[in-house]
Design a protein around this ligand. Structure first.
Ligand SMILES: *Cc1c(COP(=O)(O)O)cnc(C)c1O
Length: 522
């Protein structure tokens, strides 16, 4: 059956009560047309005088056909975008248990600070003399990041975690080149985030992987078997993507240093250890920090990120420009490779300007609001929340590495679903019906049918209890054989199962007007 919008309906899906509506809407869930479908070329939201005739100087290159923008009135435009925004699930609408992403609450005080005109309205091409406060904030944030990580230098410009990985690995490549060495290999354990091998490969390295041991951590002895004078670096995530602290990390760092290689740490999971462990003390040479994860600057849905990279003494000289150094006579700004202090050999630059000012301001505000003790407590609470989830679901859902404590995320596999006819994907879709964004699924790859849940510290116990209750109810339904609740889910979302593979492989990114019927008939 098709509704008025020509879309298939799912009458009777929930409890046999759903009936077809004239509009295709479901109460406040409005069936939203594309703006191009809704727009009419003759409509405009503004009332401008007809411009005076000018003679064209474009030599016949001016556009003759209509520009093709959708025409809507102001209220139509407003409603379209507000309704679209309401379809988005975000941390402001509910618990967002997406493991490895640290979807925590973004405190509103951060937003307020980021909007102060002195931060929010600065332009990257403004003379330096007009933005001393912004430069000082970059320096101060850098100081906090160095303090928290126990590292001597920080490159602030990278714009995301993956960009930071690239920056860190480029400093490693430069440091090796300065030693006159051209090593070809980077070691990346199989449990790594996909961006790690991608970064190494992009820089021309040969990536060598190996599996973790049975308890989910990387074995220093196994690392040693892969080390040689040809290894430029190891890229290791700690806590790792299974939510476990790498207990051999110091031995791994030493082994890599012994063959002259560097230790790149993926710091995306820093939220588990802020104020508890300083990566510099573990022997890390470079680590990116996802400000948008750990320090609560909004992300997901295309929000900007920021991925500063802290660097060891050995790598600091190769830090890309521009950067700020805070010295006795205030903050010095190094814009060009030629301005760099003696001995420094910046490898170039990662981006045109100084980084993501809005993210810097939010992260600084977050840090100042929390203070050192508050940041430590945030990490402790994040770990406590994850362990509460693990302990509350562990009797129903299987834990791949046994009943051991986790860090800030709880990892389940799909062993417990065997024989139920329900898959990890089905389970995730049923969570949507319960009003939750699904957890991270099928990652890390080292675990079969992985479900990675990261609740973060910003959920209250009441919120965690409701989430646990919903997941327990779903888990019991799956075990009881109520497969329909899963295989057809989501029932209540504006769209049901989408062909996600086709959407990824053959995305339709451009709207083309439907062929008029008269032409189609010819
Ligand atoms: C998020 C994440 C990244 C990449 O960070 P982006 O900011 O998304 O580029 C890298 N590694 C791990 C473990 C992550 O969780």
């Amino acid at each position: 059956m098709l509704n008025r919008q020509g879309r298939p309906t799912e009458a009777g899906s929930a409890e046999g009560t759903a009936h077809e509506t004239f509009t295709g809407n479901r109460a406040l869930q409005v069936e939203e047309a594309l703006i191009f479908e809704a727009g009419r070329p003759e409509v405009t939201g503004v009332d401008l005088d007809e411009p005076a005739k000018v003679s064209s100087r474009l030599g016949g290159l001016e556009r003759k056909a209509p520009i093709g923008l959708p025409g809507l009135t102001e209220p139509e435009t407003m409603r379209h975008y507000v309704r679209l925004s309401q379809k988005n699930y975000g941390i402001d609408t509910g618990l967002f248990p997406l493991g490895s992403c640290t979807m925590k609450h973004n405190p509103r005080t951060n937003e307020k600070m980021a909007r102060l005109p002195g931060f929010g309205d600065v332009h990257p091409l403004q003379p330096l003399s007009t933005v001393p406060g912004a430069i000082e904030l970059i320096a101060e944030l850098g100081r906090w990041l160095r303090e928290l990580t126990g590292m001597p230098a920080v490159a602030m410009t990278p714009k995301a975690g993956a960009h930071g990985e690239m920056c860190g690995m480029m400093t490693i490549k430069s440091a090796l080149a300065a030693r006159g060495e051209k090593r070809t290999k980077v070691i990346v354990p199989d449990s790594a985030h996909g961006t790690n091998p991608a970064t190494a490969a992009l820089l021309g390295y040969q990536v060598e992987g190996f599996p973790a041991r049975a308890d989910g951590t990387v074995d220093a002895e196994e690392v040693k078997r892969h080390l040689s004078e040809d290894v430029a670096a190891i890229m290791l995530t700690n806590p790792n993507t299974c939510g476990l602290f790498e207990r051999d990390v110091v031995a791994i760092a030493k082994a890599v240093h012994d063959v002259g290689g560097y230790f790149y740490a993926d710091g995306a999971n820093f939220n588990a250890i802020v104020g508890k462990v300083r990566p510099g003390d573990l022997g890390v040479d470079a680590m990116h920090i996802n400000l948008h994860k750990t320090f609560s600057t909004p992300h997901g849905g295309g929000g900007p990120g920021a991925g500063p990279v802290v660097l060891s003494e050995a790598l600091a000289p190769f830090m890309p420009v521009p950067y700020v150094i805070a010295g006795k006579d205030g903050v010095r700004f190094v814009e060009h490779v030629s301005d760099a202090e003696k001995g420094a050999q910046p490898f170039g630059r990662m981006c045109a300007f100084h980084g993501q000012m809005g993210m810097f301001t939010r992260a600084m505000s977050y840090m100042l609001a929390h203070g050192a003790d508050g940041m430590r407590q945030a990490s402790e609470d994040a770990v406590l929340s994850a362990n509460y989830i693990r302990a509350s679901l562990g009797d129903l859902m299987s834990l791949p590495f046994g009943d051991q404590p986790c860090m800030h995320e709880a990892l389940f596999d799909d062993h417990w679903l065997e024989g139920t006819g329900v898959t990890t994907l089905d389970f995730a879709k049923a969570m949507i019906d319960e009003g939750y964004h699904p957890m991270t699924m099928y990652f890390p790859l080292v675990v079969h049918g992985a479900m990675l849940i990261e609740p973060t510290e910003s959920e209250s116990k009441a919120s965690l209890d409701l989430f646990i209750g919903a997941l327990r109810d779903l888990a019991m339904a799956a075990k009881k054989g109520d497969t329909a609740r899963f295989t057809g889910a989501p029932y209540h979302a504006p769209r049901r199962r989408l062909d996600e593979t086709r959407a990824a492989r053959a995305p339709v990114l451009r709207w083309t007007p439907p062929t008029p019927q008269s032409e189609a008939a010819e």
